[in-house]
Design a protein around this ligand. Structure first.
Ligand code: NAP
Length: 386
């Protein structure tokens, strides 16, 4: 069997490590050709030794130079920065790019992968949040498949198989509700990063864990679903499902609802994206439905104002989504460093959006400029709250 050649962008992160777990248990099916990471060089070195990639990229030049020296004679090329990650994505011979760098930093490498004609296993939802039209148009032009890794979008993708798009009534994204689903609103101003990082059902990177607590992550997923499945925001609903067993639902015009279920382990959607249209071992623990309860609850928008914000932005389009994402990245970072309150996250983002004059998001430059502008504004506003 010919092994599929993989580029893993964000290899040291939660999704990157789960992807490598899937590769380990399907070692006959895949080979890792490139890795791209940020600053966790200790873990990256272990991955290099185990998987022997041809090219490796890191965030900064100094780390790149050190690695080049350390692995001299190993026939491994090294790069750094956005160009390095883009090179890892477009590297010769790669079949599938797992795009799992966190944040807007994943946008250019995802585009580079598409331009090189690589199949994309997309975890980096920010690529579709900030540049959905551009990314989807580039993928259409190149005939590139974008396979969602986000569990909700993977579920929708699977539930849509064999059905006609014009018979779809809406999609329903499920959300665990995060750690504060039952916390009184009055308490939210005093919750600590440690409490917010304790996700009840999923183990993920720090930023997405905080975004899951505020439901901003679900808001991003609404925008992601609109881009991926070519839907207006009015056809994308959100429902709290605390057990995280139903990963999302598609409702058809005859009232039928089709869902995909499974344990909350990202190795499920990752293995599906890697093996599509087939299926392979995922390594997820055996799962029994007997004894489980499934609840579905309307989100309390007073408690989760970020979700309302994301819906507004989804409807407005233009550069608003890029501003939403960038302001959120900054606000979450300030919160995690203990510099603003949990409830300030929403306020910072809302204020930045208020001050933005949106234009059509029709080029990479326009999107990156909106991203830069929003980061400056968000830092200024967050510092005032400190
Ligand atoms: N985790 C999940 O369950 C999950 C589910 C659905 C979707 N996603 C999406 O998947 C993406 C990754 O999430 P995650 O939870 O895996 O995040 P994470 O654990 O924080 O990992 C992020 C990865 O990106 C790398 N990175 C960060 N900045 C970089 C830069 N400037 N250049 C190159 N690499 C950089 C990090 O490198 P270092 O660690 O080496 O610095 C790390 O490998 C996000 O877009 C998230 O929304 C995640």
């Amino acid at each position: 069997m010919i092994k599929k050649a993989l580029a893993i962008l964000g290899s040291t992160g939660s999704i990157g490590q789960s992807t490598l777990d899937v590769v380990r248990i399907n070692s006959g099916g895949f080979r890792v050709v490139t890795l791209a990471a940020g600053a966790n060089i200790a873990l990256l070195k272990k991955q290099i030794i185990e998987f022997r990639p041809r090219f490796v990229s890191v965030k900064n030049e100094a780390a790149c130079l050190r690695l080049r020296k350390e692995f001299a004679g190993d026939k491994i090329e090294f790069g750094y920065g956005p160009e390095g990650a883009a090179r890892a994505a477009a590297f010769r011979g790669v079949d599938i790019v797992v795009s799992a760098i966190v944040g807007a930093a994943g946008f250019l490498p995802t585009l580079a992968a598409i331009k090189a004609g690589r199949k994309i296993a997309l975890a980096n939802k920010e690529s579709l949040v900030i540049g959905g039209d551009l990314v989807m148009a580039a993928a259409r032009k190149k005939g590139v498949s974008i396979l969602p890794v986000d569990s909700e979008h993977s579920a929708i993708f699977q539930a849509l198989k064999g059905h006609r798009k014009n018979e779809l009534k809406r999609v329903i994204l499920t959300a665990s509700g995060g750690p504060f689903v039952n916390t009184p609103i009055e308490e939210l101003a005093t919750v600590t990063p440690e409490r917010a990082l304790k996700h009840p059902t999923w183990t993920m990177g720090r930023r997405i864990t905080i975004d899951s607590a505020t439901l901003m992550n679900k808001g991003f997923e609404v925008i992601e679903a609109c881009a991926l499945f070519n839907l207006p925001p009015s056809k994308v609903s959100v429902c709290i499902h605390p057990q995280s067993i139903v990963h999302s639902i598609v409702e058809f015009k005859d009232g039928s609802m089709i869902s995909q279920m499974g344990p909350s382990d990202m190795k499920g959607p990752i293995s599906y994206a890697l093996a599509y249209p087939g299926r392979i071992k995922s390594g997820i623990e055996p799962f029994e439905l007997a004894g489980k309860t499934l609840e579905f609850i309307e989100p309390d928008l007073r408690k989760f104002p970020c979700l309302t914000l994301a819906y507004k932005v989804a409807a407005l389009g233009g550069t608003y989504p890029a501003v939403l994402n960038a302001a959120d990245e900054v606000a979450v970072d300030f919160f995690l460093k203990g510099m603003i309150k949990y409830t300030d996250i929403y306020e910072v983002i809302d204020t930045v959006l208020d001050g933005h004059s949106s234009v059509a998001a029709n080029s990479v430059e326009v999107i990156l400029e909106a991203d830069r502008w929003a980061r400056v504004q968000a830092r200024r506003i967050a510092k005032k709250k400190n």
